[in-house]
Design a protein around this ligand. Structure first.
Ligand code: C6P
Length: 419
């Protein structure tokens, strides 16, 4: 039996009904250049189900008000909805308390918050901060900025030809000068899932805190921050079928309590005088100004949606799609997959001989297929493989095996035309 029919049997067994799920995503019904949309750019952002769109609409239609500020009914209702999302997220990642959940604009802002707040307080000249060669720019530049300011040194764990971290190099790198480690849980350009538990265990044996960039992990892998024992974890709502402009920073209370505020403004204070300001309790100390109330409520709805289907079911279905797509495109001569780690999320990066990835993307677009091409904000990864860019197909809960076939047929045509 083929992988595709095996998967169909498996999906029927687990009750995973992709056609039912697709009905919740109105955007997927669209035609693009006269062809049915095949959306394979889920690592960039996922589409939003009706349940999320309805939650956003309901907020603006029936309860739009500022939060934590008004005694009036709308403000109280909005505050309740906003705070109930915090509780959903706490449960979703199994944090100890809701005061460990800080709302931000996204992964990027979450990492900048830690780099600026934790780094300003604790980093000194000669300290070392460890990241990896497969980091997104969002987990490189914030550390470069603070390292420059503090005269600290950034050290980089290398990756091997398959796209896995060279763990022995990490073991050699960590020492008494190491002050912080920030690594990606799952790579957006290679798909690699990193051995974060081992990284954290080793880091903690040196008393070094670890931040996990979970932007690409949160919608594929069940995250339990207590089990992982990570010190910080960052993710974005828009990659978890939620709205853009909303993200989360999880942090252990003992760290957050000792860190200075990242930004000053309304809501993050307990008392302000011109002589001295006392800060609000956690998590509000880190939430200055009017937040993205609608986005937060939308993210709560997205989590409800994902949990109703079951992240484990979604992940195993996506793995089947990845295996099928990997097998199909491996059969194409003139195509090379970049990122062949043993443990991957459903991200498939590749290069075609003699065809620039941008041409691949443009050609596929005319077939209705949306993929991402470029360096995926991981230029050091491109340098590692001495390529300017890759084409990247990334699968979400609503993609189908037939859509993989459309992708593969499109690639065959490209190879015929340009090959
Ligand atoms: N990666 C991609 O197409 P923001 O932009 O803050 O929501 O997420 C940044 C980010 C951080 N870390 C990783 C591993 C990521 O993949 C991303 C976003 C998108 O791959 C846009 S560049």
């Amino acid at each position: 039996m083929s992988l595709k029919s095996d998967a169909a049997v498996q999906s029927a067994k687990t009750g995973y009904d992709v056609n039912r799920i697709r009905k919740d995503f109105p955007i997927l019904k669209q035609l693009v250049h006269g062809k049915p949309l095949v959306y394979l750019d889920n690592a960039a952002t996922t589409q939003k189900p009706l349940q999320v769109l309805n939650a956003l609409e309901k907020y603006y239609y029936t309860m739009n008000a500022n939060i934590h500020r008004g005694v009036h009914a709308l403000s109280q209702e909005a505050t309740e909805a906003y705070e109930s999302s915090r509780i959903k997220i706490k449960k979703f990642i199994n944090a100890l308390g809701k005061n460990e959940i800080i709302f931000t604009r996204g992964t990027t802002e979450s990492i900048n918050l830690v780099a600026q707040s934790y780094g300003r307080k604790y980093f000194n000249e000669g300290d070392e901060i460890i990241i990896s060669q497969m980091e997104h720019h969002s987990n490189i530049v914030p550390w470069q900025l603070i390292c420059e300011e503090k005269k600290a040194k950034l050290r980089v764990i290398p990756i091997d030809d398959t796209g896995e971290l060279v763990f022995e190099e990490f073991e050699k790198m960590i020492n008494e000068k190491t002050k912080f480690i920030s690594v990606v849980y799952a790579s957006n350009s290679l798909g690699t899932v990193n051995p974060v538990k081992q990284i954290i265990e080793l880091a903690h044996s040196f008393n070094v805190p670890v931040l996990l960039d979970a932007a690409q992990a949160v919608n594929h892998l069940k995250i339990d921050v207590q089990e992982l024992d990570c010190d910080f974890l960052a993710f974005s709502g828009h990659k978890l079928y939620g709205p853009t402009g909303i993200g989360v920073l999880y942090g252990k209370v003992n760290h957050l309590e000792n860190m200075p505020p990242y930004q000053g403004g309304g809501d993050m204070i307990a008392k302000v005088t011109f002589e001295k300001t006392l800060y609000n309790e956690l998590p509000y100390k880190f939430e200055a100004g009017t937040p993205n109330i609608a986005g937060t409520i939308g993210l709560g709805a997205a989590i409800d949606y994902v949990e109703k289907i079951g992240l484990d079911k979604i992940a195993s279905y996506e793995n089947e799609l990845l295996d099928y797509a990997t097998q199909k495109i491996s059969e194409l001569s003139g195509l090379k997959i970049i990122g062949t780690a043993k443990n991957k999320i459903s991200v498939l990066s590749f290069v075609l001989e003699n065809v620039h990835p941008h041409d691949v993307g443009t050609f596929l677009d005319f077939e209705g297929v949306a993929i991402r091409t470029g360096h995926h904000c991981t230029q050091p990864v491109m340098d590692r493989y001495a390529i300017p860019a890759t084409s990247r197909a990334s699968f979400g809960m609503y993609n189908t095996f037939e859509e993989v076939d459309v992708l593969v047929n499109g690639l065959k045509k490209i190879l015929e035309v340009f090959g």
